[in-house]
Design a protein around this ligand. Structure first.
Ligand code: FAD
Length: 472
């Protein structure tokens, strides 16, 4: 058997209209719209053995952070739109587990894409660029002559199980990705959760839901986070008691400056934080329920000393200090970046498409939307005007940048009726509402006014903040 490094087997050449690199959620959502809106043929290539991308290696207890109702591909519902009756998500729309997400994408591939005769799928295959991919098993090289190449790997999603902890760990100590929490068979002296993004929150919630007392958990939080309340992200409005407490009535667009803005966003229930006394500096679209935030607040041993730099035989060293630990404590690595903030590049560039988010934190929606633009708009400049990337947020101030980008795109989309028609019908878009009953003209005209007003104010606040940074 030839080894790839020893020289590839002779190349076969395949032809298709599109080569989609990556059969993760974005590659699948993109291809699905090509299937419904065009007659194009597609070759899909992925290193994994099945579709679903990072969901195939996610921690076993992960669930979608947003309702299944608007996740997956446009042509096929995910889940049954049920309301959860138990657990932290009680009262809200169901959240698919990783297993459900992966099984769903397998069904889409096996029951829709492949039977269409228009999609050929090459799992366990590494795209090496330059129009060829290599089988991870046989080393066989396949050349592809494609009209267009769609890169769905640009977002570069990383989860803890994909790499070792990013700091040295003494041999006697145990530091595992949160995937391995389900393998714990004997109680530990304590649990140290390293990382305070959504993955860290999920690790804490898993421990609490499975019998750990809050006092058994030490939570290393290098940054506090602004968090979204899932009750605000439902296909339809949910009862008041699940919403965040509202302590103020001011409109966010009346904010004097960015500090004032975050006060208003919090008092109006749009953003949450774990500790009301610590001002968050991070915003990454982490999404929780009020029940989850209450549970997370029960953990009092929160260490705010920056990033972990090492776990030695007796202590955890951090950027700004150290804390004692022992070999009987389980250290849980939740530090992977998941979605990094990558520099935006044009989505459409000649025969190359680079999938990115065009609505903040809505990856699958964005991939499907880009496919619709690809299928229905001719000019490259116009396609790029409609698909300005909105890179993933990281810092608190990114709330402004991503909100502005999302509003600006939304305003542009509202002026293109065929996009509006698609958005209103798309199951991946719960936000664009059809015109109100009895109105002859599309209702979005009115929304555009609000959107533009908001966008202007966000822009002012963002510019004001940038000016202050420059002065500092
Ligand atoms: C824990 C967690 C929960 C999340 N929950 C939600 C949620 O509720 N809602 C939401 O909208 N988003 C959520 N996200 C964001 C999520 O990342 C996106 O929804 C989506 O799954 C990203 O898919 P992707 O296709 O961009 O990336 P990936 O899943 O990383 O897929 C990329 C694929 O490309 C393949 N690949 C890469 N390079 C190559 C190559 N050279 N050759 C061949 N194949 C290659 C990889 O094998 C992989 O299968 C969550 C993310 C995490 C980490």
């Amino acid at each position: 058997m030839n080894q790839p490094e020893a020289g590839h087997l002779e190349a076969e050449c395949l032809e298709a209209d599109y080569l989609v690199v990556g059969a993760g959620a974005m590659g699948m959502a993109f291809t699905d719209v090509l299937m419904t809106e065009t007659n194009a043929t597609v070759i899909m290539v992925d290193r994994n053995h099945k579709p679903g991308g990072h969901w195939t290696t996610a921690y076993p207890f992960v669930r979608l952070h947003q309702p299944s109702a608007f996740y997956g591909v446009n042509s096929k519902p995910l889940g049954e739109n049920k309301i959860d009756q138990v657990g932290f998500n009680k009262g809200l729309y169901e959240l698919a587990s990783a297993q459900e997400v992966v099984s769903y994408f397998e069904q889409v591939m096996r029951e829709q894409f492949l039977p269409s005769g228009r999609v050929r799928y090459f799992p366990m295959s590494d795209y090496e660029g330059d129009g060829h991919f290599v089988s991870c098993i046989s080393g066989e090289v396949t050349k592809v002559k494609a009209g267009k190449i769609v890169d769905s790997t640009y977002m570069n999603v990383t989860v803890p199980s994909m790499r070792p902890p990013p700091f040295p760990v003494a041999d006697s100590m145990t530091c595992l990705p949160l995937n391995d929490l389900v393998k714990v068979t004997t109680p530990k002296e304590g649990y140290v959760v390293i990382g305070a993004g959504k993955t860290g929150m999920d690790a804490c919630l898993f421990l609490l839901a499975n019998g750990a007392s809050a006092d058994d958990i030490c939570w290393i939080m290098s940054r506090d986070s602004w968090i979204l309340n899932r009750a605000n992200l439902q296909p339809e409005l949910i009862t008041e008691e699940l919403a965040s407490p509202r302590t103020g009535e001011r409109n966010q667009w009346d904010a004097k400056d960015t500090n004032d803005l975050f006060d208003i966003l919090e008092s109006s229930g749009q953003l949450l934080r774990i500790d009301p006394d610590v001002k968050p500096t991070m915003y990454r679209c982490a999404t929780v329920t009020m029940a989850e935030i209450e549970a997370l607040r029960s953990i009092k041993n929160v260490v705010r000393m920056g990033h972990v730099t090492e776990i030695t035989n007796s202590e955890i060293t951090l950027e700004e200090g150290s804390i004692p630990t022992t070999a009987n404590v389980l250290h849980i690595d939740c530090t992977a970046d998941a979605l990094a903030t990558r520099p935006s590049v044009p989505v459409f560039s000649g025969n190359q498409l680079t999938l990115q988010t065009v609505r903040t934190c809505q990856q699958v929606f964005s991939a499907a939307f880009i496919a619709f633009v690809e299928a229905t708009i001719e000019e490259e400049d116009e396609k790029n005007r409609l698909c300005t990337p909105v890179p993933h947020p990281d810092s608190d101030i990114d709330w402004l940048r991503t909100t502005l980008g999302t509003m600006q795109n939304g305003g542009i989309w509202a002026s293109v009726p065929k996009l509006q028609q698609w958005l209103m019908k798309s199951r991946l878009d719960p936000f664009t509402q059809p015109p109100k009953e009895g109105e002859s003209t599309p209702g979005f005209a009115e929304n555009v006014g609000d959107m533009l007003k908001g966008a202007i104010r966000v822009n002012e606040l963002y510019t004001q903040w940038l000016g202050k940074q420059e002065q500092a």
